[in-house]
Design a binder for this molecule. Structure first.
Ligand code: PMP
Length: 384
């Protein structure tokens, strides 16, 4: 088979299944709205949970950072790309979250891949929640360790798998708040199991950090669990992008020797790390934003329940409406669009077959009448 043939076949298969993905140009966005195809919509699809992507202090910090440091790191952190701004950010993150060390990565995807690739060896075992993010599951599948997936948020299922340990080390992998379902992991129970088996727990709290826990310290802080490896990302509540891994001193030293995504990749621009310090400060002082987000979540859930809509048990900014079949999810999203509401339909293979959904995300930036408009749109669409 030729390259051309291979690509044509894969694309045709995607089209046949109705799963062909296309990006849309976001022509102009604000904290609550976006413009696509010349039309303006209320945005219920972003991960900007606290509305910080437009925070004037953070925008101005990025500008100041660019003036101070230029626009790029100039190289890998192992060469000359590790500037004061990244070092300060790492220290602030470590102090905030109560770990000896933090290492900054350019993305959550890179952090997850790097950590799993660097730490796991032959004969090791990874036990991952079935709904863990693609970056975790892919890294686990590519590692020389054996990957086993346990039923979503079911420690009893994990316990059964753990009952027959082999030789090698054990790593249990979960998210703090699940990206597609919005529910929280039973972290205390998972940590207890990992400790019982002499293993480590890795928590990817991409969707919990900033929005929950005292000072926004996330799901682990909220549940009083300190995993051996905590991944936080900056593309959601922080409003920027990038990630950090929080860990003990020897783990950080080890990753600095063996995490190839750190060693062979240009470091995060220091101006961005400088802006991230401003975002961190806003998050630490962000009880007002978290309260607004909670009010929006409560408003939405009460309204949706009154409409008889089937919600998942999520107390977070991610409020999925499971629709079932792909075409139904697409039709619902289209109907909302006609009413000026941008909600993305999430379909297999991102979520399991038969669970196509609208992934509604709420933000502190939304106003009460935005939520009302969304509820009216859903009422209208569900009657159709
Ligand atoms: N982990 C989770 C749980 C995520 O949802 C995502 C992104 N959606 C990532 C990691 C990847 O993070 P990033 O966007 O920073 O690459």
């Amino acid at each position: 088979m030729s390259w051309q043939q291979r690509l044509d076949d894969a694309l045709a298969a995607r089209r046949e299944k109705g799963q062909f993905r296309q990006r849309r140009v976001n022509e102009q966005s604000e904290a609550r709205t976006l413009q696509i195809g010349g039309s303006r919509y209320l945005n219920f699809s972003a991960n900007d949970y606290l509305g910080l992507s437009r925070d004037p202090d953070i925008v101005s910090a990025w500008q100041q950072g660019a003036e101070r440091y230029g626009v790029g790191a100039g190289g890998s952190g192992h060469v000359t790309g590790y500037h004061l701004a990244q070092a300060e950010l790492e220290q602030q993150l470590a102090d905030w979250l109560g770990y000896p060390r933090a290492l900054v990565f350019i993305s959550g995807f890179a952090a997850n891949q790097a950590v799993i690739a660097a730490l796991l060896a032959k004969n090791d075992h990874i036990f991952a929640d079935k709904l863990a993010h693609a970056s975790l599951l892919e890294a686990a599948a590519m590692s020389p360790a054996t990957l086993r997936r346990f039923a979503h948020n079911q420690p009893a299922a994990l316990e059964k798998l753990l009952a027959s340990p082999g030789e090698g080390e054990t790593l249990i992998v979960t998210e703090g708040v699940f990206s597609m379902d919005g529910d929280s992991a039973p972290l205390a129970k998972l940590h207890q199991l990992s400790q019982l088996h002499g293993g480590w727990l890795m928590v990817d709290d991409a969707h919990g950090i900033g929005t929950t826990g005292e000072q926004g310290r996330g799901s682990c802080w909220q549940q009083q669990v300190k995993p051996e490896l905590l991944v936080v990302t900056f593309g959601k509540a922080f409003g920027l992008s990038g990630a950090a891994i929080l860990c003990e001193q020897p783990t950080a030293d080890y990753l600095l020797q063996f995490a190839r995504h750190l060693i062979y990749s240009t470091a995060m621009p220091p101006a961005q790390a400088f802006a991230l310090q401003a975002a961190l400060l806003r998050i630490q002082q962000g009880d007002d934003l978290r309260q607004r987000l909670q009010n929006n979540i409560a408003h939405f859930r009460e309204g949706a329940q009154a409409l008889g809509l089937d919600l998942l048990p999520s107390a977070t900014a991610i409020q999925p409406l499971i629709v079932g079949e792909e075409h139904q999810a697409l039709a619902l999203a289209e109907s909302l669009r006609q009413r000026g509401l941008w909600v993305t339909a999430i379909r297999p293979p991102t979520v399991p077959p038969g669970t196509a959904r609208l992934r509604i995300t709420l933000s502190a930036a939304h106003r009460a009448d935005d939520i009302q408009q969304l509820l009216e749109g859903l009422h209208h669409a569900s009657r159709q």
